[in-house]
Each structure stands twice: as structure tokens, then as C-alpha cells.
Design a protein around this ligand. Structure first.
Ligand code: RIB
Length: 306
């Protein structure tokens, strides 16, 4: 029998991560001896696509990669994870690239060079309008041009498709965006960008909701997540304690898993618990897309840690 679930559709970025492993993040002007180097598929959009797909949900991605050596490899990686890639096209020039440092304590510093992601335009959205219309939820991030993001969100609002926006990397958003977002999922730094430094987590959620959002999930790493709805219901969702070795893409893992759980009918707090579990597994593994757990792994983890 064919899958009748409405897919998760990602309109976002695909990137090749260029990871230098190092004892610690170097200071300005400092030279360190690294412990390893690898190129491994990433990009916030692609990571979220792989996260949701590995959890057994149908996922399609609308994106662009370069016509360089990385482009076909990046598409192939998504295919292997079960993501529908028919709406990913090749653009002349370089793929998105992300040189980064990952330190021994698992923390990272990343620079994203957009490449083909900067060529995601309105035409790409128009071309795949039917796919977007068919979605159970659209997931976006801020690694494609802001004009394309606004255009996508406006289309989703007009066609009644809920959007989860991961505001990463944080950037100023046009006023019209806020009321077109069902779920807004900043981490600590991103939340501070939108509401200012020094606000408590609960206050940050209230201030974000006041901008017209319907729901926020504030990702707080080792503190867990704080999930709040317009209208007043709000609750912390506890983290799971693990030994993190690489936190790259943990937030993406949360988003993919959160979207899956919401679409499967979980309430937002149970969905965030499921997403916390997936992200907890993700940080115990190296890599971005490569670190996303399967549904069976999350189920076993939740049984062991209930
Ligand atoms: O969120 C992690 C991702 O951010 C990395 O995979 C890198 O590509 C950057 O986009």
C-alpha cells in the first residue's frame, strides 16, 4: 500500500561540511595542531531532511547544489537516507560549503559559504508549488535568500500549510514572516538575537509569541527545551544526559524529530521529548547528517531512559 501521509517538505540548504577536529576552538591569531579533517554532508535544511526521514517519515527537499564534485554526492547522500530528491537541481558554480572547527568538548564554530544555496529563488518555489501544497508541514531555515524564504512562507500561509522556521543563522526577519510561522525554534543565541540579551527563557518565549507566532520551541541544549503556545500553555521539557562528542546539527535533529512527532499527533511537549531524545543520540556521534538516529534507535533510547 502506498504511503498516504502528507510529506514533510524542506525548502532549504544543502552544504558540504569541512570539519577540522581540534583540541579547542583556536583564538584569533593562534595556530593549533588539529586531530583530524573530514568532508561530510550537512546544511541545516539537508540535516533536518535526513533527521525526519531516518525516523521513518516521508520527506522531500526543494534545494540547489552546485555543479561541482560535491553536488551529486550531496544529492546521493540524501537519497540514501530516503529523502525524495526530485526537486533538488544543479546550479552552475560551487555547492554550499561549511568550514568548521569541532573541539574535543563537542562545541563548534562554523562559517557557511552559501554557494548554490544563494541561488534558491522564487522560481524554484513556483516550480514545486504542488509539492509544497501537498505537505503536512514545511521546514525552513535561514540559509537561503530572505526573499525566497518570505515568498515560501507567504505561499504556505495562503495554501494552509503549517511552517516550522528554524531561525538559524539568526538574521532580521521581515514583519510579515512572523504571523506565517506555526513553530519557531531558536537556540539560546538566536532567541537573544530576536528579543535582546538578558531575558529569561520564559520571557523570551512570551516576547517571541507576541510577534504573532503560534508556537515556540526554545532549544536550550543541556537544559532541554521550553515549548510555549500562543494563548498561554507553556512547559519545560527535560533533557537527557549523555556524553556529547559533537554538537553539530543537534538543533537540526531536534527540528526534524519535532516535526515528525507533531505530524504523528503527539502534543507539543511529548513531541519535544521525542526530539530531545533524538538530539541526545545525535550529539554522541560525529558529523551532521551522518549523526541522525533511526526510529528504532530513538525508541530503544526512550525505553532505556524513561
Ligand atoms: O546546523 C549545522 C549545520 O550548520 C552544519 O551542517 C553546517 O552545514 C551549517 O549549515
Amino acid at each position: 500500500m502506498s504511503d498516504t501521509r502528507k510529506p514533510i517538505v524542506i525548502v532549504g540548504s544543502i552544504t558540504m561540511d569541512m570539519v577540522t577536529r581540534t583540541p579547542r576552538i583556536p583564538a584569533i591569531g593562534q595556530t593549533l595542531i588539529g586531530t583530524g579533517f573530514e568532508t561530510t554532508p550537512g546544511g541545516k535544511g539537508a540535516n533536518q531532511a535526513v533527521a525526519a526521514s531516518r525516523l521513518g517519515y516521508p520527506v522531500a527537499m526543494i534545494a540547489k547544489v552546485g555543479d561541482d564534485a560535491y553536488g551529486p554526492a550531496l544529492i546521493e547522500n540524501l537519497k540514501r537516507a530516503g529523502v525524495e530528491t526530485a526537486a533538488i537541481s544543479l546550479a552552475a558554480g560551487s555547492s554550499g560549503l561549511a568550514p568548521m572547527f569541532v573541539a574535543e568538548d563537542g562545541l563548534n564554530a562554523i562559517v557557511v559559504v552559501p554557494g548554490a544555496n544563494s541561488k534558491m529563488d522564487r522560481a524554484a518555489v513556483d516550480k514545486h508549488a504542488e509539492l509544497i501544497r501537498s505537505a503536512g508541514m514545511v521546514l525552513c531555515q535561514l540559509e537561503i535568500p530572505m526573499d525566497t524564504l518570505s515568498y515560501t512562507l507567504d505561499f504556505c500561509a495562503r495554501t494552509g500549510v503549517p511552517v516550522m522556521l528554524d531561525p538559524a543563522p539568526a538574521a532580521a526577519l521581515p514583519d510579515a514572516v512572523w504571523s506565517n510561522v506555526a513553530w519557531f525554534t531558536p537556540n539560546e543565541t538566536e532567541a537573544a538575537f530576536y528579543v535582546g540579551d538578558g531575558a529569561s527563557v520564559e520571557d523570551s518565549a512570551d516576547r517571541l509569541l507576541a510577534k504573532g507566532l503560534r508556537g515556540v520551541a526554545l532549544k536550550r541544549g543541556e537544559e532541554g527545551a521550553y515549548v510555549a503556545l500562543a494563548g498561554g500553555r507553556a512547559q519545560w521539557v527535560k533533557p537527557f544526559k549523555v556524553d556529547a562528542i559533537d554538537t553539530v546539527a543537534a538543533g537540526d535533529c531536534f527540528n526534524g524529530a519535532f516535526a515528525v512527532a507533531l505530524l504523528e499527533g503527539k502534543d507539543p511537549w511529548s513531541a519535544a521529548r521525542f526530539a530531545n531524545a533524538a538530539a541526545a543520540i545525535c550529539v554522541t556521534r560525529k558529523g551532521a547528517a551522518a549523526s541522525m538516529p533511526s526510529r528504532a534507535e530513538v525508541d530503544v533510547f526512550l525505553r532505556k531512559n524513561s
